[in-house]
Design a protein. Structure first.
Length: 276
């Protein structure tokens, strides 16, 4: 060890349609160089790469004396380690796993969790043979919600994408039990008071003017069941909910229930957060 750091695809069948949209200026973060596999890493990044925590949380673990390198407890920051070093967290050896990023087009009736004794099927069941590394879903989709879901063992990326400060857009295709009126569409874009939360969306439109029960909605909020709550507050029932865009990723050419690894370009965009 040594010392010392696309534009989203709108819902299908897009024709001329009624829509409302707010103007927002989103700027992607500047890129950072990604370390090569064999290069020494700062200890906090090594811990984050192991999947047990984010880099910021790793600093706290180090200062608390929970991490040892080659048998020595380290409490100061700035130390670098290599893959040959024996790094342990609370006495348990950890390894710098290869980072894995999987895009799943989640089907209905699968629970977004690693393990749930009450669930018959989880999303992990679909990707369990994809790689030897243990991956986790980034955020949650309801059991009955389908669409774009990212799974990874990258603790730092997971932390960034699920933190309340993560203000990047998500796009959903919603099928309602009845036509959405123009009046209610305007209410949604103007903002709704849902119990203690005031919710605003960025854009909403009919997927097809001939079927006004099919709606596309763009939103930044990551609150639980937020899309369903929006429509339920106006006396609509969501029959189907499909996430078509998240963290710069879409389900284009990926059938329901299938998965694929992210491309190097997609991983780079994800790490740099250079998406809207």
């Amino acid at each position: 060890m040594e010392r010392e750091n696309r534009r989203s695809r709108k819902p299908e069948n897009s024709k001329r349609r009624s829509s409302f949209k707010k103007d927002k200026n989103d700027k992607g973060d500047s890129g950072k160089r990604i370390s090569k596999w064999n290069e020494p890493l700062r200890l906090n990044k090594y811990l984050a790469n192991s999947g047990i925590c984010s880099r910021r949380e790793a600093d706290e673990l180090i200062k608390a004396g929970d991490v040892s390198v080659n048998g020595k407890i380290l409490t100061e920051l700035g130390v670098k380690v290599s893959p040959k070093d024996d790094v342990r967290y609370k006495g348990k050896k950890i390894t710098r796993e290869k980072k894995v990023y999987i895009l799943l087009n989640k089907p209905k009736d699968y629970v977004t969790t690693v393990k749930d004794k009450y669930a018959e099927k989880t999303v992990i069941d679909i990707v369990k043979h994809a790689c030897p590394e243990r991956v986790y879903p980034v955020g949650r989709l309801d059991k009955n919600t389908t669409g774009v879901l990212l799974l990874t063992n990258d603790g730092e990326v997971t932390k960034q994408l699920t933190h309340p400060s993560f203000q990047k857009k998500k796009i959903y295709h919603v099928e309602l039990n009845k036509d959405l009126t123009k009046v209610d569409m305007l209410k949604i874009i103007e903002g709704l008071q849902l119990e203690e939360d005031y919710i605003e969306v960025d854009a909403i439109s009919y997927v097809n003017e001939e079927d006004k029960a099919q709606v596309g909605i763009e939103i930044h909020s990551g609150q639980n069941r937020i899309v369903r709550r929006i429509f339920e507050s106006l006396d609509y029932r969501v029959k189907k909910l499909d996430r078509v865009y998240f963290a710069g990723l879409t389900k284009k050419n990926l059938p329901r229930g299938k998965w694929r690894f992210l491309t190097p370009q997609e991983i780079s965009i994800l790490k740099r957060k250079s998406f809207k």
